[in-house]
Ligand binder design. Structure first.
Ligand code: ATP
Ligand code: MG
Length: 578
């Protein structure tokens, strides 16, 4: 209940950050009648947690200020891009709960227009074809302490440049033999202004335009102009693009737009233990260090979805992190907090025993025989062939979810961790000196005997139940703990996948590409054979549950079947639980 009110609070409170302040001012001054933002992924990988922040910001602004947000693929490099990535990015944005304005857009749809503007720049004397080798171009660019050197091709005539650019377009140059450069200033203190390359030769098919082009615009050229074409008002990107803003403004101005988009930079999202480099995530996939882009350990949206994270939780996390210009690192615990919060009231309850220990209830038949007379009238039961069916709500926070039937039998499983021969101080579960406990939704159980196996481990408990305690407190004594259990005869064997961080390092960005394999946390995935209550075999793929006392789990969207249920642990119940 408390969670509900905090959620509502974050939703109704006006968000305030420097970008929203700018937007409010712009609207108040009627600089724009409507704001237009965009989310501009390059389809060269799957989206990750960092992108979630950018998506929530761009689409969030449009939603809050009655504006529009476009989804535009910045697909200027066919070398790394693929339709698979386009399709998955669209699915991920929709799953997060956002809708883009109009059709999906592609920078590649503007290639013809961008090409014409390149000619216009040449005609204006603002661009030239450079035939230096890539090494010469790099060398002559200089560096921070040293001004660059003009290319010998810099002062070619307009007609020479037009001819060379035409040759570039017509495939007369091989890869790397010619580039088109903006003519700005080789001595600029900003390296991005030292005649940046705006077109390159690339003999490569494109996933949208096929073999139509063998020259491709550079991102820094295509991006601002695509923004301008689409009437973007606020072009929001991460801080590393701050140095690119002068070129952004230069190119939009040279092409001659009346309404210029403006670029604003915010601090990228960094979360400890989370890797948000597409290049490295790709490496994990390509080298089979994970099972795919949707491995539940991956910080990709596809991975987090399969892990059972909720879109509400991810959006709430982004709200809590906020937007600023100050770089920082957010604790992973905050992400888990938001996810847990989003599941608290919505996930149905169920019982699953992760490390089963058999308990035989020696007085079962006599004890349940008189159930109709001894139970509390509010408990619904049905005794049938030695099985006592207990009716319980699927979700006590949400009656509309209906009920489930839990079979209680002579043999049950409890978790191994709930019985200790030598309990540590403060242990509140079962031990030889504290032999009574409440079975969740059921009777009070008393351990009469524990049987130890050859290796010294407890292998079975013999116990009795107090017939009068179904829904009632025991008479004359207090029983404190409550533990979960599953019928040993009717419970369903299930595979449970327990996840930990993929990297134990605080900052996995520091791990070299080649070293990723050695740094993966060997405990990032533990597979255990659990036993779950029978109703869970009927779960839907992707359905989320709270397993009592264990945490939140999801029926795996790929591998779950009724015959062989597979559950992923989404998140524990609270930090440091157990
Ligand atoms: P690269 O360009 O190296 O392939 P990228 O992560 O920048 O990787 P894009 O597809 O260009 O990938 O990103 C799309 C948008 O998401 C960009 O506007 C980018 O600034 C933003 N973005 C990427 N990573 C983060 C992050 N960690 N935090 C916030 N925004 C991010
Ligand atoms: Mg990028």
């Amino acid at each position: 209940m408390t969670n509900n009110s905090t959620n509502n609070a974050t939703e109704t409170t006006e968000k305030n950050d420097f970008i929203r302040a700018i937007v409010r001012d712009d609207l108040a001054e009627q600089k724009y009648s409507q704001i237009v933002t965009r989310f501009p992924p390059e389809p060269n990988g799957y989206l990750h947690l960092g992108h979630v922040k950018s998506i929530c910001l761009n689409f969030g602004l449009a939603n809050e200020f009655n504006g529009l947000c476009n989804l535009r693929f910045d697909d200027t490099n066919p070398d790394a891009e693929d339709q698979e990535f386009v399709d998955n990015i669209k699915a991920d944005v929709e799953w997060l709960g956002f809708h883009w304005a109009g059709d999906t857009r592609y920078a590649s749809s503007y290639f013809e227009q961008l090409y014409k503007w390149a000619i216009k720049l040449i005609e204006q004397g603002d661009a030239y074809v450079d035939l230096q080798t890539p090494e010469q171009i790099r060398e002559n660019r200089g560096n921070f302490g040293q001004v660059g050197k003009n290319s010998p091709y810099r002062d070619a005539t307009v007609s020479e440049n037009l001819q060379r650019f035409d040759d570039m377009k017509n495939g007369k140059f091989g890869n790397g033999e010619a580039v088109l450069r903006a003519k700005i200033d080789m001595a600029s203190p900003n390296m991005n202004m030292r005649d940046p390359v705006i077109y390159r030769v690339m003999h490569k098919e494109h996933h949208q335009t096929g073999d139509q082009w063998c020259i491709y615009p550079m991102y820094d050229y295509a991006h601002p102009l695509s923004d301008a074409i689409e009437g973007i008002t606020h072009s929001i990107c991460t801080l590393e693009f701050e140095d690119h803003r002068p070129f952004y403004d230069w190119i939009v101005n040279k092409v001659g737009f009346e309404k210029e988009p403006h670029q604003y930079e915010f601090a990228r999202l960094n979360v400890n233990h989370i890797l948000t480099s597409k290049r490295k995530l790709k490496k994990l996939v390509e080298d089979n260090l994970v099972t795919g882009w949707d491995d539940p350990r991956m910080p990709t949206i596809a991975g987090m979805r399969r892990r059972g994270y909720t879109p509400e939780g991810l959006r709430d996390f982004c709200d809590r992190v906020g937007v600023s210009k100050a770089d920082g690192v957010v604790d992973f615990g905050l992400l888990e907090f938001s996810i847990r919060n989003s599941l608290e009231d919505t996930a149905n309850r169920a019982m699953a025993v992760i490390n089963p220990l058999k308990v035989t209830i020696t007085n079962f038949d006599e004890a349940v025989a008189d159930v109709e007379n001894l139970k509390k009238p509010t408990v619904k039961t049905n005794l049938e062939n030695g099985i006592l069916w207990l009716t319980q709500p699927k979700n006590s926070h949400d009656e509309s979810q209906g009920n489930r039937e839990i079979p209680f039998t002579k043999e049950i499983y409890i978790d191994k961790a709930d019985f200790e021969i030598n309990p540590p101080d403060g242990y509140k579960r079962l031990s030889p000196s504290n032999s009574e406990i409440r079975l969740r939704n059921s009777y009070v159980l008393k351990v009469e005997e524990h049987i130890v196996g050859d290796n010294g481990e407890v292998v079975e408990l013999k116990a009795t139940i107090d017939p009068k305690t179904l829904g009632n407190n025991p008479e004359g004594r207090k029983v404190k703990g409550v533990i979960h259990w599953v019928s040993a005869t009717l419970g369903v064997p299930a595979e449970v996948r327990l996840y930990e961080q993929l990297f134990t390092q605080e900052d996995p960005a520091k791990i070299d590409l080649e070293n990723l394999a050695n740094e993966i946390n060997p405990n990032s995935l533990t597979v255990v054979n659990a036993v779950v209550e029978p109703s869970l075999a009927k779960a839907e793929k992707g359905e989320r549950f709270q397993f009592e006392r264990e945490g939140f789990f999801v029926a795996d969207s790929q591998d779950f079947t009724s015959e062989k249920p597979v559950f992923n642990r989404i998140v524990g119940l609270k930090d440091g639980f157990k």
